[in-house]
Write a protein that binds this ligand. Structure first.
Ligand code: GLY
Length: 347
């Protein structure tokens, strides 16, 4: 139950003078800078955040988003994305879309040019093709290597794996297994690929923006959980889980293990918490507590994953919160974005 004072504070915050501000997940330094450049030039908040995340979607070195994102268990990259535009209160999303580098742009077109909100799989790809998007192989040399390392890491009950040397192979020289299998890869790439194999990541980018008119928008885009079953959809394209914007209150988004976010409708819950007077930090921590509660607050099970939320209120107050230690990105007007520490629930 909120006190009258808290509700009054929330109302005052909702009426405070806003300014240009962009926040994102920690992989969004260039995305926030690009979005801020567009806000400073007077562009729409959704155009700004989508242009920002496009830079990450097109970057082969970010293996959690778009081109170069880690693939599903069959080696195929499947992408999820959603957008919400505060001023028009509209939304669009795509899930499990293949062969398109910038799913956030497709999600925006679903919002703008159809009577639907969400397109999935082959239907999403056909829609993108109809809109003139070029199909491309999204697997890079690096992400293919990581996928093959993952396949080689699997074992049956007897410890066998069909993707290792056959029983009839010559006795190997005494070099490490991965080094022998991938002689052209450097040590850093091999160590990274092994980490990806043993702890499949759920990286993503979420980016939220506010302008001086108080207009807000958000976008979330991802290649989802590495090595997923084909067709697995995470939280990113789910309006209310990976992203939510309410022009009267604020915006929220998420990165990390989508399954846990979907179970608590995280982004929507955070915006509702802010509507009822909570600060962005408290609103996010409350949702993290619900996630922990779903595991009976068992730290050993909670240690197996991470999840972060980003919240931006209509008055410009913002926060990043994480289950475990983490950082997020902020740009409040300059050419450079900065990283700030998240408030963490568990240490
Ligand atoms: N949060 C990204 C995913 O789980 O797919």
């Amino acid at each position: 139950m909120l006190t009258t004072g808290a509700v009054a504070a929330a109302r005052a915050a909702q009426n405070a003078a806003p300014k240009n501000i962009v926040i994102s997940s920690a992989n969004g330094l260039i995305a926030c800078a690009r979005a801020m450049q567009m806000l400073n030039a007077g562009h729409d908040t959704l155009d700004a955040v989508v242009a920002g995340v496009n830079m990450v979607e097109e970057d082969p070195n970010d293996t959690s988003v778009g081109y170069g994102g880690l693939p599903n268990e069959e080696g195929v990259v499947e992408l999820d994305a959603s957008v919400m535009h505060g001023p028009t209160r509209r939304a669009g999303s795509v899930a499990s879309i293949r062969n398109i580098k910038t799913p956030s742009k497709v999600a925006k077109l679903v919002m703008e040019q159809t009577d639907h909100i969400m397109l999935v799989g082959d239907g999403a790809l056909r829609f993108a093709r109809a809109c003139g998007f070029k199909e491309e192989d999204l697997l890079t040399v690096k992400s293919r290597l990581a996928w093959l390392v993952w396949k080689r890491s699997l074992r049956d009950a007897s410890g066998n794996n069909n993707w290792t040397d056959g029983l009839d192979a010559p006795v190997p020289k005494k070099t490490s297994g991965l080094r022998r299998l991938f002689p052209d890869a450097d040590d850093e790439t091999l160590a990274w690929a092994w980490q990806m194999a043993v702890r499949p990541p759920t990286g993503t980018i979420n980016c939220l923006a506010l302008n001086p008119k108080g207009e807000m928008s958000g976008v979330t885009t991802t290649s989802g959980l590495a090595w997923k079953i084909p067709g697995r959809v995470g939280d990113s394209p789910i309006i209310g889980a990976g992203l939510y914007v309410d022009q009267d209150v604020g915006a929220a988004g998420s990165t990390g293990r989508g399954e846990e976010n979907i179970r608590v409708a995280g982004a929507h819950s955070i915006v509702e918490n802010m509507r009822h007077g909570m600060s962005p930090t408290d609103a996010g921590l409350d949702v993290l507590k619900r996630i922990a509660r779903n595991f009976d607050n068992d730290r050993e099970r909670l240690r197996k994953f991470d999840i972060k939320f980003y919240a931006l209120r209509k008055d410009g107050a913002y926060a990043g919160v994480s289950l475990w230690k983490g950082r997020f990105c902020v740009n409040d007007g300059g050419a450079q974005s900065r990283l700030e520490d998240c408030v963490t629930l568990l240490t």
